[in-house]
Ligand binder design. Structure first.
Ligand SMILES: *[C@@H]1O[C@H](CO)[C@@H](O)[C@H](O)[C@H]1NC(C)=O
Ligand SMILES: *[C@@H]1O[C@H](CO)[C@@H](O)[C@H](O)[C@H]1NC(C)=O
Length: 450
């Protein structure tokens, strides 16, 4: 099966100038699967790619998304391991564009964000990072993420999707972890992408690994550029009314809840930026004490519902993250899975997956207005810069009910999908706020990545 895919992949790539393309389509028991390639990007040793591809290939029509995964592959369609190309993140954003605009030139767009409370920094629909290959992302029946409903598009607009890929080539670099953690000295940077000076205490993070930056190479290392793609796989079913819609929430442990004193603008709550920084730092522990960094925050959920899925996003050093209810009950715990070898999907020293939660339908409920506690534990045996503590939730506002049981039979999820799910959701997180930077730069707040 795997070989088949690769063969098809290679055939399509050979001798062609594919920019973005559908590599495979298949349908089984009503579940449709499409595999696409992002536009090609080219990385030399130590270099960084952080691009935005508008109007990407994506399933059309009124559908329920069931699963989303991605990975970096080379020109032969072979999976590229994280120690060669570190996938910092990939993010898929949903938006509306004017029907009259083509994908190259879109004058007016309206983004459609997730339902979380950090929309200005984390507006994406999907996204994961290095953990992409081994993090489950499927949405169990009878649930689905409803998209593409023409009735939801404003007049004169169509729904489209764009992709942000942030990848760091760490072949031949002096400090692999340092380059993936975007340490500013390794990138020889004192100013950001927009030529603004960095804060003197800013040691590392996204401001220091923007598109086309270069991490320090070992003396004499011969850099050979290579062509890469983000291969992304989407599964969906056609929308039917028996599917129960779920909402996507992305929570951030750096969210301090600061919202006050800043006015709403046309786009939304700009004030949210103040509290949702996305990245933080883990200070190294001293000689005494436990080398553990525990970060916690309280987040008020404007609207509640039944938790259908949960997964955290952490970077190297991350151990575990958990979400608790107001009464202290555990909502979901998500642990980092580290690789143990060399091959793609099992790279030693990297987070190659996060464990996920699929509570029994109806068993885990969040109330409207409930204050949740998000906790993110990292090892602090060394300093880490630009780490994250995000939490993804899928929430159904309706309870599961008997009427829905027969749906489970008609859209049964095939077993082989478990294997495919591996390929994972992880990187999308950050693109969201990078995009905001572009579109909302003038709104009077300083974005972390702007
Ligand atoms: C680092 O940046 C400075 C100033 O921009 C430049 O003079 C120097 O050559 C750079 N060093 C390296 C190793 O690229
Ligand atoms: C994080 O570490 C603290 C201290 O050891 C522990 O009490 C807590 O349970 C940990 N969090 C999770 C989610 O395991």
């Amino acid at each position: 099966m795997q070989n088949c895919w690769l063969l098809l992949f290679a055939t399509l790539l050979l001798g062609s100038t594919i920019q973005a393309s559908q590599v495979l389509y298949r349908e089984e028991n009503g579940v449709k699967t499409a595999v696409y390639l992002s536009p090609k990007f080219r990385l030399g040793a130590g270099s960084v790619e952080n691009k935005f591809y508008h109007n990407i290939d994506f399933p059309k029509g009124h559908i329920a998304l069931k699963e989303f995964s991605a990975e970096v592959v080379d020109e032969e369609g072979i999976s590229v391991p994280l120690h060669e190309t570190y996938l910092h993140h990939w993010v898929i954003m949903r938006y509306y564009a004017l029907t009259t605009d083509n994908g190259e030139k879109e004058l007016k767009t309206i983004s459609v964000k997730n339902s979380g409370v950090c929309q200005n920094t984390l507006g994406q629909y999907f996204g994961l990072g290095s953990e992409t290959r081994r993090t489950d992302t499927y949405v169990p029946d009878p649930y689905g993420i409803e998209v593409g409903n023409p009735a939801d598009s404003p007049d004169g607009y169509v729904e489209r999707w764009y992709l942000n890929v942030h990848a760091i080539d760490t072949r031949g670099v002096v400090d692999r972890l340092g380059c993936t953690e975007c340490k500013c000295d390794l990138y020889n940077l004192t100013r950001d992408e927009f030529d603004r000076p960095l804060r003197s205490d800013y040691i590392g993070g996204l401001l220091c690994c923007y598109d086309q930056t270069q991490c320090r190479l070992r003396e004499g290392f011969q850099s050979i550029k290579r062509n890469l793609y983000l291969k992304y796989t989407v599964k969906w079913v056609d929308w039917v009314d028996t599917i129960v819609p779920v909402k996507i929430y992305i929570l951030d442990v750096t969210d301090t809840g600061e919202r006050k004193g800043v006015a709403r603008n046309s786009v939304g709550l700009t004030a949210q930026m103040a509290g949702c920084k996305v990245e933080y730092e883990v200070e190294p522990c001293g000689v005494s004490g436990e080398c553990l960094d525990i970060k916690k925050t309280s987040i008020v959920m404007p609207k509640g519902g039944y938790v259908i899925y949960g997964a955290a996003h952490q970077h190297t050093g991350g151990i575990v993250s958990a979400l608790y209810g107001e009464d202290g009950r555990m909502i979901c715990t998500s642990r980092a899975i580290y690789g143990e070898g060399k091959e793609a999907g099992n790279e030693a020293g990297y987070i190659v997956g996060m464990t996920t939660c699929y509570p029994q339908p109806g068993s885990v409920k969040i109330s409207d207005g409930e204050t949740l506690v998000l906790e993110s534990n990292y090892s602090s045996s060394q300093r880490h810069t630009g780490v994250m503590g995000l939490f993804y939730l899928l929430i159904a506002e309706q309870p599961p009910n008997n009427i829905l049981l027969h749906v489970q039979e008609t859209i049964k999820f095939p077993m082989y999908s478990w294997a495919l799910i591996f390929l994972g959701l992880t990187i999308a997180f950050i693109a969201g706020f990078s995009y905001m930077r572009r579109n909302e730069r003038n709104e009077g707040y300083q974005s972390l990545v702007a």
